[in-house]
Design a protein around this ligand. Structure first.
Ligand code: F6P
Length: 320
């Protein structure tokens, strides 16, 4: 193997740059050439690619976002788009691809591999932590830290004004960010898609707190559960509490990555190069109990991501 390419795809996540750096530097260390593909699979189709050298990844490790830019490519979902991408694989002499992204990006990589045989290795980069086959994805830790910082700031004003705050966090269809941030942020209730909730229970919990003198509360809602605005409206209607809603939104995707994400991204990026060099394909680098693993992407994605119900129960117990 002489020349590999890498791209970032889907929603960006803090630590993607550190991962790019690791892929480029590890590959160059082993004498490989590296091509950076811009704007996810779109850059593949449009031949928007740049040769990467040691200097191309200097001074990026600490930056959020991705220097390669990212996109959710609709064109790559079509056979015609993938055919164009393969033309560029041949034209640029690419012999293996590292895809840093989420499940949609990996599915695209697998289809491309099936159609054209080009080796692909996935590195899980998404704040949602929703990829089966790995305990953690790059960016999750930073996003949770960002959310916890926001919750703590909101708690200050919630206390002063004796208000109930509904804080909506990202996570797409899953509640991993909400659970981790809610537990770490001491939320009174955490609403996640994985666990059904009812308003009677949420309000009873609030009223119980109120009866013992608690005048402010924080409720963390995962975006995939319910609209925070609707939750706020229902709670206000049922309890009469002064209720405010904050949607954290895309600020959870930015910022300097946490040390944990920087280390994870560096380890995973380097391992992706090892896997390509070892002749592996359709594998995703994961982390299980602290150890890097290589898992078959298709079998990983066919499984359901497990949810930590124990952690969820702990959050409920501690916010009694
Ligand atoms: O997958 C990452 C994520 O931030 C999700 O948490 C969120 O639902 C989605 O992307 C938002 O996507 P976009 O940036 O396209 O609005």
């Amino acid at each position: 193997m002489q020349r590999i390419a890498l791209l970032t795809s889907g929603g960006d996540s803090p630590g993607m740059n550190a991962c790019i750096r690791a892929v480029v530097r590890k590959a160059i260390y082993h004498g490989l050439e590296v091509i950076g593909i811009k704007r996810g699979y779109n850059g593949f189709i449009e031949a928007d690619m740049v040769p990467m050298n040691l200097g191309s990844v200097a001074d990026i490790i600490h930056r959020g976002g991705t220097i390669l830019h990212t996109a959710r490519s609709e064109q790559f979902m079509t056979p015609g788009g993938r055919a164009k991408a393969f033309e560029n694989v041949k034209r640029f002499g690419i012999q293996g691809i590292v895809v840093i992204g989420g499940d949609g990006s990996f599915r695209g990589a697998c289809v491309f591999n099936r159609e054209y045989g080009i080796p692909v290795i996935g590195v899980p980069g998404t704040i949602d932590n929703d990829i089966p086959g790995t305990d953690q994805t790059i960016g999750f830790d930073t996003a949770v830290n960002t959310a916890v910082e926001a919750i703590s700031k909101i708690r200050d004003t919630a206390t002063s004004h004796e208000r109930t705050f509904i804080i909506e966090v990202m996570g797409r269809h899953f509640g991993y960010i909400a659970l981790a941030a809610g537990l770490a942020g001491g939320a009174e209730s955490i609403l996640v898609p994985e666990c059904p909730f009812n308003y009677d229970e949420v309000c009873e919990r609030l009223l119980r707190g109120y009866r013992r003198g608690k005048l402010h509360s924080i409720i963390v809602v995962a975006e995939g559960t319910a609209s925070a605005i609707e939750v706020g409206r229902m709670i206000k209607e049922r309890t009469g509490f002064d209720t405010k809603v904050t949607i954290l939104g895309h600020l959870q995707r930015g910022g300097m990555p946490s040390a944990a994400d920087l280390i994870l991204a560096s380890r995973m990026g380097a391992r992706a190069v090892d896997l390509l060099m070892a002749g592996e394909t359709k594998k995703m680098v994961g982390i299980k109990a602290g150890e890097l693993v290589a898992v078959d992407i298709e079998s990983a994605l066919s499984q359901a991501r497990s949810f930590d119900h124990e952690l969820c129960n702990l959050a409920i117990t501690l916010s009694i």
